[in-house]
Design a binder for this molecule. Structure first.
Ligand SMILES: Nc1ncnc2c1ncn2[C@@H]1O[C@H](COP(=O)(O)OP(=O)(O)O)[C@@H](O)[C@H]1O
Ligand SMILES: [Mg+2]
Length: 291
């Protein structure tokens, strides 16, 4: 069973997608793990980052994205073919093998409302949250780690991710407004986990876009580290850098250092990936990724 980990914060622009992509590529490239990336955000940034717009248009036209899976659930058809949607070995970084992707689609925007309506109509809070888990179940054994990039909401797509997740990471910029949402995420996930009848473990907060020369950033990191309600502030703070911003470009990259930055960023991401493996090993008993 792979470790299934959701990346979630109710605020947008805090680095969720960048953390998910970087973790995926470092876990595969530096630690030899087989990684499945699942893009649950209708903004489809992770999809664009990994396979680019042309290949996405082709897949979307053929109904080979998560939109087809969720559309099936809404209208009762069965058009989604996981084998077609699952994109193998998508990393464009030389030497990084074993990163697969289930792509998202802009068409998820409309479907989100219909999925919410489905939950209400069936008068069953757990209706329509097992769609993703059921669809991916046949291939989960092929992976060591599954990373779910969630939209910045607790809508039905995020709940589908959480319903199959063992644990979650909360990326945040260490400033006042970005950290407001952490408590809300924890509370809402705990409530949903209670509904599911099993824990969804908080693996920790990932500090992103860190600026060591910003007083508010330094103070916020200290505050988070002292906060008894936060399980863990993971080491390997990702600094704000042009290199990490440019890593979002769909391009051919000669190495992880070329994509994510060689001036400390490589070490930050590597440390983050290593820590996630250690945390998963300790805190997710039902998942067994080797550390
Ligand atoms: N450490 C970083 N340094 C500089 N830019 C970053 C960093 N992390 C993310 N970004 C950029 O900030 C924007 C938001 O990041 P993203 O990962 O898309 O956040 P989210 O998924 O939470 O909306 C993107 O343009 C991304 O390229
Ligand atoms: Mg995102």
């Amino acid at each position: 069973m792979p470790a299934v980990i959701a990346t979630l914060n109710l605020k947008g622009g805090v680095g969720k997608t960048t953390v998910t992509a970087g973790l995926g590529e470092f876990l595969a490239g530096e630690f030899g793990r087989r990684v499945l990336l699942v893009d649950l955000d209708s903004q489809m940034n992770l999809t664009a980052m990994m396979i680019g717009p042309d290949r996405w248009v082709d897949l979307n036209t053929r109904g080979a994205t998560l939109a087809a899976l969720f559309a099936d659930a809404v209208d009762g058809t069965r058009t989604f073919r996981l084998a077609e949607a699952l994109q193998r070995d998508v990393s464009t970084v030389d030497g990084v093998a074993g990163v697969d992707l289930v792509p998202s689609s802009l068409d998820l925007i409309e479907l989100t409302e219909e999925l919410s309506a489905l939950r209400v109509r069936r008068d069953d809070t757990l209706a329509a949250v097992g769609i993703l888990g059921d669809a991916l179940a046949p291939v989960l054994g092929d992976y060591d780690v599954v990373l779910l990039d969630c939209p910045p909401s607790m809508g039905p797509l995020t709940l589908n991710g959480l319903a199959m997740a063992h644990g979650y990471l909360v990326p945040t910029i260490p400033d006042v407004l970005s950290t407001y949402g952490i408590g809300q995420v924890q509370t809402q996930i705990a409530r949903f986990a209670a509904e599911l009848g099993r824990p969804i473990v908080e693996l920790g907060v990932v500090v992103s876009k860190y600026r060591a020369n910003a007083t508010v950033h330094r103070e916020t990191v200290l505050r988070l580290r002292r906060d008894p309600t936060i399980a863990h502030v993971l080491p390997g703070y990702l600094g704000e850098s042009n290199a990490i911003a440019a890593a979002a470009r769909f391009d051919h990259w000669p190495s992880l250092r070329a994509r994510y930055g060689a001036r400390g960023q490589f070490d930050q991401f590597r440390e983050l990936a290593r820590t996630v493996l250690v945390e998963a090993e300790h805190k997710l008993p039902e998942a067994t990724p080797r550390p």
